[in-house]
Structure formats: structure tokens, C-alpha cells
Write a protein that binds this ligand. Structure first.
Ligand code: KG4
Ligand code: ZN
Length: 341
């Protein structure tokens, strides 16, 4: 099927045209980073308004780049949740309008499901696998037995990892969004300079906690004020990043070993982090675990990733009607009903 996919769950307005859930003909992402940067984080009202302004242009561009018109599109997949209510409403309303006007089947896709399956746009991965979804809003470990068959193994008890990166960057005076700034500065930093806590590292669960780590950085900075752009700043970034990555890597590989699964997928915006990619690759190789991480543009928010589940569902006749509504919270485990019905 040739699908048009639409993503507006947070601060990226995105559309893509994808054939058979695998071949990306176009993937357009318009970021709102500049609109939110002066506030130090995403302002939901601004996000909705920007989506409204940008979505027609982004969809036009996706069709143009794919050298197709709406006449060629055979189905629509849209992020239904989780995300910001007003932001999701823009994408779902536009997707429903197109589906209605063109008499096309439409399916609402879970944003995290899109992240977990984005890897299939680059390579196949055999089921089952253990997946770490690590983004601004999520730090979850899943067992994935097939498309639609997700079991939550663990999750953060407080902040998501991306949120911790962004908050630590903010308290270090770095611009928003901070994750990528920490990554950049850490390259020239000494990760052993400061020993920050590795929360829940040895508790045997697959849960995470990042708010204590963030507070530890805050306390350290209060006692040892950071010079503008000195080596201390780089060492702080590297030391924080090492602590966060240690926990993410250890818990993910422990989950794979405990489940007896030799395959791991890492997905979401924080999967762009160079230290996480490197450390996960090294530790997985040591344990003989196969690791798959999408290239960075497919880790951060995009619409192409929605086509993997979108095509799977629509080509099996699983679709939503025009009553499809935004879901601010949507646990992945509940999707099983859809494929087992
Ligand atoms: O998946 P994503 O694009 O949006 C959400 O669904 O949340 O993830 C965004 C998160 C932000 O917290 C951002 O700071 C973080 O991913 N991020 C990074 C890096 N690039 C993006 N965190 C650490 N290192 C990076 N290189
Ligand atoms: Zn995301």
C-alpha cells in the first residue's frame, strides 16, 4: 500500500509517503525548536498553533518529494497518541479530513510503537526482541513478540531520560533542547571526573529513575559553580551522560538476558546519543546480543516510522473510522486487543 503518514504529537510537524511499510519515498520533518527555545521547553499552546500553520505545507512537500498526488495514496496513518492533546488533535483532524474527502482507510498509530518499529525502514529484525524506548517522554523497556504484541517490562518511575538530559542541560545554562548539547560537550569531557549515582542499577527490576541523578548534578553545581565553557562543564556533561548511559545499557541487556532474547532494539530521540550508541554496541557485542539502532533521523520524531505499523494494520483490514480521537495516554500493552481481535 502507498501510505500518507502524519505525526504531530509534540513539537515536530511531520508527514511522509511510504510504500508497503518499508520504502520511504519522502519524509518531511518541520521542527518547532526555535519557537519553544526562548521558553526553555515545549509550550503546548504554541505547539498546536504551529502544527496548524505548518501541516498543509509539510503534507504538500511530502507528496511533491514523493512525486505523487493524493490520488495515488491508498491509506492514511496518523499518530493518535500519546502526546500533547492539542498537538495530536491537529494531526488527527487533518488525517481524518483527508481520509473522508478521499474515501481512504485510516488508522491511528501509537507514537511509541512507531519509534520501536522505525528500524524496519532500514533493516528487518526477527521477533521477539527487547526494545528500549528512550525519548523526551518515555524510558520504557518492552518485550516485542510481533507488530502489535508489546509487553511492558519496566519504565521510569519519574523523569524520562530525555527529560533528564534536557533539565540537566538547562541547569548548566545550555540552550534548549539540551540532550544534543550535552552529547556534544561530553565528547571532550572526562566521564570519570565526577561519580554521579546510577539510580536503581542493582535493584533487579527493569525500572528506571532519573530525577535523583538530575538532583545530584544540581547539588554538585551549587557547590562547585561551573565556569562558562571550561573543562569542568565538559567533564560534568560527560560524567552525567556516563551515569545515565550505564543504567540504560545495563537494564536493557539484563532484560534481554532475563527474557532469554538475543536481540535488542533501541529507539527514540535519546537513541541519537553517541555515548549510548557506542556503549550499548560494546556491551551487547560482549554478551553476544544482536543490537539494532536506527540512524539518528529515524530515532527522533518523524512520520515515516508510522508506516511500519500503519501498513501492517491497514493491509490486514484493521482500521479506525472517522471517530478516531486523540489519546493523551495510551499504554502500548493495550494494542494487543487490536491484533488479537
Ligand atoms: O523521540 P523524540 O524526538 O521526541 C519525543 O517523543 O520525546 O525525543 C526527544 C528527546 C529530547 O529530550 C532530546 O533532548 C533527546 O531526545 N535527544 C538527545 C539527543 N538527541 C535528542 N538526548 C541525548 N543525546 C542526544 N544526542
Ligand atoms: Zn518521539
Amino acid at each position: 500500500m502507498l501510505l500518507l503518514t502524519i505525526e504531530t504529537s509534540c513539537d515536530e510537524t511531520a508527514a511522509a509517503v511510504v510504500r508497503d511499510g518499508r520504502t520511504v519515498l519522502s519524509s518531511i520533518v518541520a521542527t518547532q525548536v526555535k519557537d519553544h527555545a526562548i521558553y526553555g521547553g515545549v509550550v503546548p499552546e504554541i505547539a498546536s498553533r504551529k502544527h496548524l500553520e505548518t501541516i498543509p505545507v509539510v503534507i504538500d512537500e511530502a507528496l511533491r518529494k514523493a512525486s505523487v498526488t493524493l490520488d495515488a495514496i491508498e491509506g492514511v496513518a496518523v499518530t493518535q497518541g500519546p502526546g500533547l492533546a492539542g498537538a495530536l488533535l491537529v494531526g488527527t483532524a487533518v488525517a481524518k479530513a483527508i481520509a473522508y474527502a478521499r474515501r481512504l482507510p485510516i488508522v491511528g498509530v501509537n507514537h511509541i510503537e512507531g519509534h520501536l518499529l522505525a528500524i524496519f525502514l532500514e533493516r528487518e529484525v526477527a521477533f521477539p526482541f527487547v526494545a528500549l524506548a528512550v525519548s523526551g517522554g518515555h524510558t520504557h523497556l518492552y518485550r516485542v513478540d510481533g507488530i502489535g504484541r508489546y509487553t511492558t517490562l519496566g519504565q521510569t518511575l519519574d523523569d524520562a531520560a530525555g527529560e533528564a538530559f534536557d533539565k540537566v542541560a538547562k541547569l548548566l545554562g545550555l540552550p534548549y533542547p539540551g540532550g544534543v548539547q550535552i552529547d556534544r560537550l561530553a565528547v571532550e569531557g572526562d566521564p570519570t571526573r565526577i561519580t554521579f549515582p546510577r539510580p536503581l542499577l542493582h535493584d533487579g527490576s527493569f525500572n528506571f529513575s532519573f530525577s535523583g541523578l538530575k538532583t545530584a548534578v544540581l547539588n554538585h553545581v551549587r557547590k562547585n559553580p561551573v565556569q562558562d565553557d571550561g573543562q569542568m562543564l565538559r567533564d560534568l556533561c560527560a560524567s552525567f551522560q556516563r551515569a545515565a548511559c550505564d543504567v540504560l545499557v545495563a537494564k536493557t541487556l539484563l532484560a534481554a538476558e532475563t527474557e532469554g532474547i538475543g536481540r535488542v532494539v533501541v529507539a527514540g530521540g535519546v537513541a541519537c546519543n553517541s555515548a549510548l550508541r557506542r556503549d550499548m554496541a560494546r556491551e551487547a557485542a560482549e554478551r553476544g546480543i544482536e543490537l539494532a539502532i536506527p540512524s539518528p533521523p529515524l530515532c527522533s520524531d518523524n512520520a515515516a516510522m508510522l508506516a511500519v505499523p500503519g501498513d501492517f494494520y491497514l493491509s490486514r483490514g484493521i482500521s479506525d473510522g472517522l471517530a478516531l480521537d486523540a489519546l493523551v495516554n495510551w499504554p502500548l500493552d493495550t494494542i494487543r486487543k487490536r491484533v488479537e481481535a
